[in-house]
Design a protein around this ligand. Structure first.
Ligand code: RB5
Length: 142
């Protein structure tokens, strides 16, 4: 499965660990950043969101220090549902209830092992549909 991934400098190390850990499961499309040199998170979140917004089947993983910067940025794009998750339950519910298509991780607040479990949960969990379908359909305002 092809998955886009991007981070700022705060998320760079976790991004690299994630790519390595899931090298066999996912075909990572790394949109940067490529070092721990300080950068501006929108410069990486916007390009990923543009990719995901174009194709309903595409998924993304965004990482910054808190997760909030990249989540706020990505959610400016229509059809992008970026969900910040710091444990498995939140990741699971983001898929079941919100049909999230971008998983956002707070690199400075979770351990790499937790990030791995969250990713497994996110990608294994389907959207529940039902009553959530009409709610998700109401999210876009443009
Ligand atoms: C970078 O220092 C930090 O502000 C960024 O990674 C993120 O947490 C912003 O929301």
């Amino acid at each position: 499965m092809k998955v886009y991934i991007a981070s700022d400098h705060a998320g760079y190390e976790l991004k690299e660990l994630i790519k390595k850990h899931f090298a066999d499961q996912f075909e990572w499309q790394d949109l940067g950043t490529h070092s721990t040199e300080s950068v501006d998170y929108p410069d990486f979140a916007h390009p990923l969101a543009e990719k995901v917004a174009q194709d309903n089947e595409l998924r993304g993983v965004l990482i910054c220090g808190t997760g909030n910067g990249v989540a706020i940025t990505a959610n400016k794009h229509a059809n992008v549902r970026a969900a910040l998750a710091w444990n498995e339950d939140i990741a699971k519910l983001a898929r079941q209830h919100n049909d999230a298509n971008v998983l956002v991780l707070p690199a400075r607040f979770i351990l790499p092992e937790t990030a791995f479990s969250i990713i497994e949960c996110f990608f294994q969990t389907p959207f529940e549909g039902g009553r959530h379908t009409q709610r998700v359909a109401k999210i876009n305002i443009r």
